[in-house]
Design a protein around this ligand. Structure first.
Ligand SMILES: Cc1ncc(C[n+]2csc(CCOP(=O)(O)OP(=O)(O)O)c2C)c(N)n1
Ligand code: SF4
Length: 271
């Protein structure tokens, strides 16, 4: 597959550490875009701030590297201004679930046609390893040197309850399903959320006795449970597991289409 055309080769080499999972997430997104067959001039990739949010810099589309936690707000404005555009948000678990969490739930609620890919490495990578709202209980971080005592969000359950049209979770170990979730998410008109479990060997792995990127990938392999199998498991059995698969797949009317319909109704005198 000829994927080089989607990259800004003059921006390489990238800044990610050896063994970081973010490059695999980026390549899965690129494959999803390729499969969607979109005109690159109509694709807008928006990110916040973080190691994950550096990805759009390497991707040859219309790209915006915005401010921490606010990528969805920028993306919402872009989609409202020009609903024809294919708008993808790239965010991290800190960027998207902490400072940007409020934007995320409201974008789901509106079902606005943007596609959010959240790179979940369980930590704030760029700022040297503070815990995030996705860090598992007991994990060590610079801000939890005795172990994190806060339960993490399950953002797939949260986005599903908040009305997202499509919700899925995959891992960088299982690249084929991850790519298929990107394809399905990008094919939707409404709001899509794909969570990609990624690894940060530098700040999460090292502190949490996962000694190498390979060990972190093996951890993803060993701990992943398909959503269908998870449905028959007890909550205690699912502790510490990564539930993967499609959590929601709906066909509700997309927000800008709904808005256009309202305007036509008003102009046509139906309201
Ligand atoms: C308003 C604001 N607060 C804090 C920061 C510092 N900051 C930059 S990136 C980041 C966390 C990024 O973590 P995450 O989104 O998980 O991405 P990762 O680096 O792990 O990919 C923080 C707190 C900032 N840039 N702006
Ligand atoms: S600090 Fe972590 S998330 Fe950031 S590039 Fe390095 S391995 Fe990746």
């Amino acid at each position: 597959m000829e994927l080089e055309k989607y990259f800004r080769e003059n921006k390489l080499p990238h800044i990610w550490c050896p063994g970081c999972g973010h490059g695999t997430v980026m390549s899965s997104i690129i494959r999803g875009i390729d499969k969607a067959g979109w005109d690159p001039n109509k694709v807008v990739v928006v990110s916040g701030i973080g190691c994950s949010s550096r990805a759009p810099g390497y991707m040859d589309f219309n790209t915006l590297h915005t401010v921490h936690g606010r990528a969805i707000a920028f993306a919402t404005g872009i989609k409202l201004a020009n609903p024809e555009l294919k708008v993808i948000v790239l965010t991290g678990d800190g960027d998207g679930a902490a400072i940007g969490g409020n934007h995320l739930i409201h974008a789901c609620r509106r079902n606005i046609g943007i596609k959010v890919v959240l790179f979940n490495n369980y930590i704030y990578g760029m700022t040297s390893g503070q815990y995030s709202p996705m860090t598992p209980e007991g994990s060590l971080a610079t801000t939890s040197p005795y172990g994190n005592i806060e339960p993490p969000f399950d953002l797939c359950e949260l986005t599903k309850s908040a009305n997202a049209n499509f919700v899925a979770r995959g891992t960088v170990y299982h690249t084929r399903p991850l790519i298929s979730y990107m394809e399905k998410a990008f094919a939707k008109d409404g709001f899509s959320y794909v969570e990609a479990i990624s690894q940060c060997p530098t700040y999460y792995g090292r502190r949490n006795r996962l000694k190498s990127p390979v060990e972190m990938l093996e951890w993803q392999k060993k701990n992943s449970v398909d959503i269908k199998k998870a449905a028959d498991m007890e909550p205690e059995e699912l502790q510490g597991k990564i539930v993967t698969g499609i959590f929601a797949d709906r066909e509700k009317e997309e927000y800008t289409a709904r808005y256009d319909r309202l305007i036509s109704e008003i102009q046509g005198g139906k309201k």
